[in-house]
Design a binder for this molecule. Structure first.
Ligand SMILES: Nc1ncnc2c1ncn2[C@@H]1O[C@H](COP(=O)(O)OP(=O)(O)OP(=O)(O)O)[C@@H](O)[C@H]1O
Ligand SMILES: O=c1[nH]cnc2c1ncn2[C@@H]1O[C@H](CO)[C@@H](O)[C@H]1O
Length: 439
């Protein structure tokens, strides 16, 4: 496990506040005793490849697709759409996709550590086909040993970019919803630092088993007190029935990731800070990305152990909302006196000079948050008597620090074409204070 943000160990084990039981040498050697004790993230996805194409303004309408939405196609439409893209040579890129697959891949690249992907894979993979491409474009640190075999194709996600830059997904599902509840391994969920899900998993045709597999995974996560993380798909998936999603969050989820449009669909509140605040009624920790306005985080901490920020206090619908952003996030139920904490950060360096592709920038931010959560699990197993674990925290770092890291990872994704990171963050930032953070 590399520590999040590639900060030097002193950032993670501050010299002045170091636990007296620890010595430098112990920190250097700190490794989990076995793979079984190691910290990892598990997630479920609809296995799919992204097929990206540039299309004219009428294309999306001609196929009856909702712009900006992730639309589901039937077989006939998929074939027609694919043929048109091929005939006119409109396809620009093809890479492994899926919102959870992307996030786990990015987590594994950042942490240089294991994650476990649950989903389907073709029993019969041929060199060059989509399944093969998916496997080739996934980090070797993502454990694919628990995938369930299916006879048929994985999903295809036509990512249609219009002349105005708007992105519309058109999904050809194949057998991507074929994951069965019995293919969800209880012990893998039990040992995880978090279970990652997406709202897309709950939309499928009647009779397809993936929603039951998802509910089975949630049941195991609850049994072993593993935090359930939900990333909202698109605003349209939520807008179909916002109340059902609020109930779902309240009953099953502790960490919510969304962008401001999804936040609006969920809460009816346009301001991402207010949407995040509202969502704390149902969950313990919220990550809300807001495109060029950066990102917000919201959570709870123990009133007695709140830490005051050293950053300027920020104005907003909640005055000076970032006052306690130097506190670490906790589940509300673990606090004797829960205090809400909020943080915000503007895009790293104001955003890249040229954005290659915004696809997956939010997933990138979430992978950074997951890295911080897994680092907490790693540290807890390695140094259980550290004062850092005298209370049950969700994150290793303060909310403000997680914001910085998440934001930095989003920037990296915006700077490249694929939503999947090709490498970790640059080594030069080993001490992040030297570059951006102190400015
Ligand atoms: N136009 C932009 N300029 C600067 N930074 C941006 C811009 N768009 C996105 N970002 C950065 O990327 C982060 C995530 O962006 P965004 O809110 O667009 O994610 P998203 O809509 O969830 O993306 P996806 O669903 O594709 O993963 C933002 O918090 C910000 O740091
Ligand atoms: O229905 C879906 N299920 C799972 N992932 C999806 C779906 N629609 C789009 N994406 C994925 O979302 C990523 C960007 O966040 C894209 O890479 C795309 O593969």
């Amino acid at each position: 496990m590399k520590f999040p943000g590639k900060r030097k160990s002193k950032h993670y084990f501050p010299v002045s506040a170091r636990d007296p039981l620890l010595r430098d040498s112990m920190l250097q050697e700190m490794q989990p005793e076995s793979e079984g004790g190691a910290s990892y993230i598990v997630g479920i996805d609809q296995t799919m490849v992204d097929i990206e194409a540039r299309v004219d303004e009428h294309f999306v309408a001609r196929y009856g697709l909702t712009p900006g939405e992730s639309n589901i196609l039937d077989d006939e439409m998929s074939e027609a759409l694919y043929q048109e893209l091929m005939l006119n040579a409109l396809i620009t890129h093809q890479f492994a996709g899926g919102t959870v697959g992307n996030t786990l891949h990015n987590y594994s690249v950042l942490a240089d550590d294991r994650s476990v992907l649950l989903g389907v894979m073709c029993n019969n993979v041929k060199i060059g086909d989509y399944a093969y491409r998916y496997l080739c474009n996934t980090s070797s640190r993502v454990d694919l040993n628990f995938l369930q075999g299916v006879d048929g194709a994985i999903g295809r996600c036509f990512t249609l970019i219009s002349e105005t830059g708007e992105r519309t997904f058109a999904i050809s599902p194949g057998k991507m919803n074929g994951l069965k509840a019995e293919s969800v391994p209880e012990d893998v969920i039990a040992g995880a630092s978090a279970l990652l899900l997406t709202s897309y998993l709950l939309r499928s045709k009647p009779g397809e088993p993936i929603p039951q597999a998802t509910m089975q995974a949630i049941e195991y996560a609850k049994k072993y007190h593993v935090p359930v993380v939900l990333t909202l798909g698109t605003q349209y998936v939520i807008a179909d029935d916002p109340q059902a999603w609020r109930d779902f969050l309240r009953d099953h989820v502790s960490i919510l990731a969304m962008n401001e449009d999804e936040g609006f669909a969920l809460t009816g509140l346009k301001d991402p800070l207010m949407a995040a605040d509202k969502a704390l009624e149902w969950v313990d920790l919220v990550l809300c990305t807001a495109g060029p306005n950066g990102l917000f985080m919201a959570s709870y901490t123990e009133e007695e152990f709140k830490r005051t920020t050293q950053h300027p206090l920020l104005p907003g619908a909640i005055a000076e909302f970032n006052q306690y952003e130097f506190s670490r996030a906790m589940r509300r139920e673990c606090c004797e006196q829960p205090l809400k904490i909020f943080s915000h950060i503007a895009p790293y360096m104001g955003g890249p000079e040229k954005i290659m592709n915004t696809n997956g920038a939010g997933d990138g931010a979430l992978s950074a948050l997951l890295h911080d959560i897994a680092a907490n699990g790693f540290h807890r197993t390695s140094v259980p008597n550290s004062s850092k674990h005298s209370r049950e925290y969700l994150t290793y770092s303060s909310l403000a620090q997680v914001c910085k890291y998440a934001n930095r990872v989003s920037y990296q994704v915006l700077n490249q074409h694929s939503p999947r990171l090709t490498r970790g963050l640059p080594e030069r930032e080993d001490s992040l204070e030297e570059s951006y953070w102190e400015r």
